[in-house]
Design a protein around this ligand. Structure first.
Ligand code: HPA
Ligand code: ZN
Length: 326
C-alpha cells in the first residue's frame, strides 16, 4: 500500500499526544484518549473545510520544538510501517512550527530524522512534502518553504504543496510561488478542487502542478476532466476527508471510482488519519464495498507509483516491491 497524501499534524497516533504535550509544556483538554479524541477528530456534523482545519490547532501547538517534531514523525512512520505501507509521502507546513523560534530548516530536519528513525526495521520508505500555506500575510514564509524544498530536494524532501483554506485564498494568487518552484525543478502538488471549483484546478495545472490534492470538483467541467485524463494528472483522492469537509455530500456520490473508470490517474489516500479517523486499509475497504475490482485496485497502485515524487530508478525498485505484495 502507498499513501501519497497524508499530513503529519493530522495523522498522529492519539496516545502520542500525552508525551508531546508534556514535552512541549502544553495543557491538554482531557486526560485520556477517549476524552481527547473529540478535540482531535472532525465532528460528525463538520460543515466545511474551514471547520475541519480548526482541528489542527491542538496538534500544531504540541509540535513547536525539534524534539516534538522528531517524536511525531517517528511515531507516525512507525505506525505506517506497522500498517504495512511500503511508501508514504508525509507532508507538513514548516512555517506553522515557528511559534517558539525554530527556523523552517530546523523543523524540516527534525521531521526528516524522525521519519528515518521511525521506519527502521520496517519495509516503509518515506518522502517529505513541504506545504506552503494559503493566507494573506505569509508570502515570505511560503517563499522560504520553497527555498528549503529546493535546498533539500533528494535529501529527505521530495516535493512542495499548497494547503489551507482554498475557498478563502484562491489558487490563482499563488502564481509567483509556483513559478519559482517550477524554475527550481521542484515537483509540486496543490490542494485544489476541494473547497473551490474547476478554476482552482485549472490554475494549479497552469502553474505546472503534476498532481492535484483531492480534485473532486474536476467532474464539474468536461474539458478540464478531459485534460486531466489526457495528461494523466495524478488525483490524490481522500474519500473520508471529502465527506467531512463537505467537498462531497455522500459516500455514494464520491467520484473516485467513476474517475478511475474514465481513465483518470486516481490514487487513494488518507489525508489525515486522526482528524478523519481513518487508515488506508479503511479507505480501500470502503472502495471495495462500492464495487472496486481487484484489477481496479491494482490500477490505483500503478497510478500511485507513477505519481510518486521519486527518481525513476527508485520508482522501479518500489514497483517491484508493490507488485510482490499484490
Ligand atoms: N485541505 C487543505 N488543507 C489541509 C487539508 C485539506 O484537506 N488537510 C490538512 N490540511
Ligand atoms: Zn490534505
Amino acid at each position: 500500500m502507498i499513501d501519497l497524501h497524508l499530513h503529519l499534524d493530522g495523522s498522529l497516533p492519539p496516545e502520542l499526544f500525552f508525551k508531546l504535550a508534556a514535552m512541549e509544556g502544553v495543557g491538554l483538554p482531557a486526560g485520556d484518549v477517549d476524552g481527547l479524541l473529540p478535540y482531535l477528530t472532525a465532528p460528525r456534523d463538520c460543515k466545511s473545510l474551514n471547520e475541519f482545519l480548526e482541528k489542527f490547532a491542538l496538534p500544531v501547538s504540541c509540535l513547536q520544538s525539534e524534539e516534538t517534531l522528531f517524536e511525531a514523525a517517528r511515531g507516525l512512520a512507525k505506525e505506517l510501517g506497522r500498517e504495512g505501507l511500503v511508501y508514504a509521502e508525509v507532508r507538513f507546513a514548516p512555517q506553522l512550527h515557528r511559534q517558539k523560534g525554530l527556523t523552517q530548516r530546523q523543523a524540516i530536519q527534525a521531521v526528516i530524522r524522525g521519519l528515518e528513525k521511525g521506519r527502521e526495521g520496517t519495509s516503509l520508505k518515506t518522502g517529505l512534502i513541504l506545504c506552503c500555506m494559503r493566507g494573506r500575510d505569509n508570502r515570505e514564509e511560503n517563499l522560504e518553504t520553497a527555498a528549503q524544498a529546493a535546498a533539500l530536494l533528494g535529501a529527505g524532501v521530495c516535493g512542495l504543496d499548497l494547503a489551507g483554506a482554498e475557498a478563502l485564498y484562491p489558487t490563482r494568487d499563488f502564481e509567483e510561488l509556483f513559478c519559482k518552484a517550477r524554475k527550481e525543478n521542484i515537483p509540486f502538488t496543490i490542494h485544489a478542487g476541494e473547497a473551490d471549483g474547476p478554476d482552482s484546478i485549472r490554475a494549479a495545472l497552469s502553474f505546472g502542478a503534476r498532481r492535484i490534492g483531492h480534485g473532486v470538483r474536476v467532474t464539474e467541467d468536461k474539458a478540464l476532466l478531459e485534460e486531466v485524463i489526457r495528461k494523466q494528472v495524478t488525483l490524490e483522492m481522500c474519500v473520508t476527508s471529502n465527506l467531512q469537509t463537505k467537498a462531497v455530500r455522500e459516500g455514494r456520490e464520491h467520484p473516485a471510482l467513476w474517475l478511475l473508470r474514465q481513465g483518470a490517474a486516481v490514487t487513494i489516500n488518507t489525508d489525515d488519519m486522526t482528524v478523519c479517523k481513518t487508515t488506508i486499509s479503511e479507505e480501500l475497504k470502503w472502495l471495495r464495498s462500492m464495487g472496486m475490482t481487484r484489477e481496479e485496485e491494482r490500477k490505483l497502485w500503478e497510478n500511485a507509483l507513477k505519481g510518486a515524487f521519486l527518481p525513476e530508478e527508485e520508482k522501479e525498485a518500489l514497483g517491484r516491491e508493490v507488485r510482490l505484495r499484490l
